[in-house]
Design a protein around this ligand. Sequence first.
Ligand SMILES: [Fe+2]
Length: 383
Amino acid sequence: MVRDDPAQALPVLRALSIAVNFRALYPPSHPKVVEGVDAVVGSFEACLKERGSDSMTFLVIDHELLVDDRPIRSGQMYLAPLIRTMSRLGIERVTLGAGLDQEQCHSLIESLASIGEPASTEHVILGRIQLSLAEAGAGGGGGDGRVSARGSQFSEHDIDLAQEGFLRYREDRSGSIEQLDRMLWHFVEGMDQSSRSLLLLGPMKSLDEKLFVHAINVAMLVVAQARSLGIIGQSLQAIGLAALLHDIGKLSLPPTLLDRDEELSDVEWEILKMHTVLGAAQLCGLEEAPPLAVLVAYEHHLRWDGKPSYPVPSVPRRPNLASQLTAIADTYDVMVESRGFTGGVHGEAATRVWRERSETFLDPFLVGNFVLMVAGAEVEMKG
Ligand SMILES: [Fe+2]
């Protein structure tokens, strides 16, 4: 191995990935987390010694990881989650210096596990790029205010760009997933900052607006539910993205089928139901799409009680947790839209979901949790 071979940094990066995963799963004082932090510090010290240097810089450029400006040619698949996380958090560069201790390492891991705001410390320098929806595409959209973010910090320009990024999936599937992930977290972070609004977008007129608004509302409601169940870090990120993509198969169906006031014929209804398998099959072929997104696209119309629904799995099964959370948010958002509720969240609509769908289509425990969550947000909005 030549001196300054970037592959020398692989043990450090591997230890960092593992520690971030542990922190996403366990509380900060859990032995696994402590062990993970120690492994990062230990491997970093060994690496510096081997390289005869006093610092190391990781840089993400165009989905590639560079160590001290030299690309790592191996282990990229293993490092992909770390690269994705850094991109999502807008962390372009991480410099670790000699003297890195457990406390500073712990702070870095908290940042990468999406717990707390990323911040530099004495021996950990984070170089952040400005996260902007402008990265999602050129052009500013119409900006006519048809879709509004009630009580939120989002501008119409933000929303137009996000919608444009979402609809770009029709032409450029492989290029759009990561942009959609960033767009979702821009909205989620905005939701955090204005906790008074949980469900943000509406009303909408065109089909494209409806598809986009439904996707983002469902994703945000799923993120809120997942957080209320204690899910954090990379698992939360995967669940949120999967929820955003749950109906993505609809973007490949004829618009006339999706935007129809009259009842669908039997044949048309069968075609509409295909959005589940279509979306799952498309996402299956995309490296950037998490496997969970494939499952949620396929399962989000399966019933909790296992009775016939669509699609029909070869082996009957209950939908996984992310699909169930998505089904609850989906049912709620459709109810809010179809019953003419406007703006914000509605305890009454959530209660209807519970009354009409709990124990049949939807898991009663999860719907109960959802009702409580919406009621809490509603009280907060009034307060
Ligand atoms: Fe659907």
